[in-house]
Design a protein around this ligand. Structure first.
Ligand SMILES: [Zn+2]
Length: 237
């Protein structure tokens, strides 16, 4: 094989290596994993909040239930003492009736309030279930993403090692002076070798003088495109 064929291969291997290294770098940043993690944290905070609301609700419920029991107890005491009383005048009777009504009204209100608290608690419990489902869903997704990434990362690393090995192997068989010339040009640009296609440099499009073209067909030497500085490579069909 001619040195120029090898240099052309080498240039392509470097390009492929560059692509793989960039892909690896991108994957290792794991941006979508970070995004999903942030989302999971938001749901976890929401869940904590909902648990706090449930606790407050239950405290309030117990307080209301105690109040209700207390009022029921007082009402029944009032009724008992009225039944035991022997002589009662109108004024005492009216006072008794209005006290009973007052208690009954308060008991009704407390019962409605307790019902409201319980309905609210049901709603919050539903939200808790939904939030937990969401957290589980994200956790599962994260687990799968991490597995997928780990696999992809180890694949890419293996491919990169392979490419580096191929590059080293090629470098050993290319004659030193040409390799040095190539590396000098490669240091300045991403793609150092341009194929000659339709008698033009494929990198910049410049039509090459016929003398260049003849030279490339017959020799295995490095010549550069006058316009863009690429190493010109004529691929034999
Ligand atoms: Zn050119």
């Amino acid at each position: 094989m001619r040195d120029l064929d090898l240099i052309y291969q080498l240039d392509n291997l470097y390009l492929e290596l560059d692509l793989k290294e960039k892909e690896l770098e991108h994957i290792e940043r794991r941006l979508d994993i970070q995004k999903r993690n942030d989302e999971k944290q938001r749901y976890q905070l929401e869940l904590e909040n909902l648990h706090k609301i449930i606790n407050d609700n239950q405290t309030e419920l117990r307080r209301k239930e105690n109040q209700l029991e207390d009022m029921k107890y007082k009402l029944s005491n009032l009724k008992n003492s009225f039944e035991k009383a022997n002589v009662i005048d109108n004024k005492q009777y009216e006072h008794f009736i209005s006290s009973v009504e007052n208690y009954e009204e308060k008991i009704d209100t407390a019962e409605l309030e307790i019902l409201d608290i319980m309905i609210n608690e049901d709603k919050i419990n539903n939200k808790i279930v939904k939030t937990k489902d969401k957290i589980n869903e994200i956790s599962e997704e994260l687990g799968n993403l991490i597995k997928k990434y780990d696999l992809k990362i180890s694949d890419l690393k293996q491919e990169i090692v392979g490419l580096k090995y191929q590059i080293l192997t090629l470098k050993e068989i290319i004659s030193v002076d040409k390799l040095l010339k190539y590396e000098k040009i490669k240091a300045k640009r991403k793609k150092a070798v341009a194929i000659v296609k339709d008698k033009a440099c494929s990198s910049c499009g410049m039509i090459l003088p016929t003398s260049y073209f003849d030279f490339l067909q017959k020799n295995d030497d490095i010549i550069l495109c006058e316009n863009c500085g690429c190493i010109l490579y004529y691929k034999k069909e």
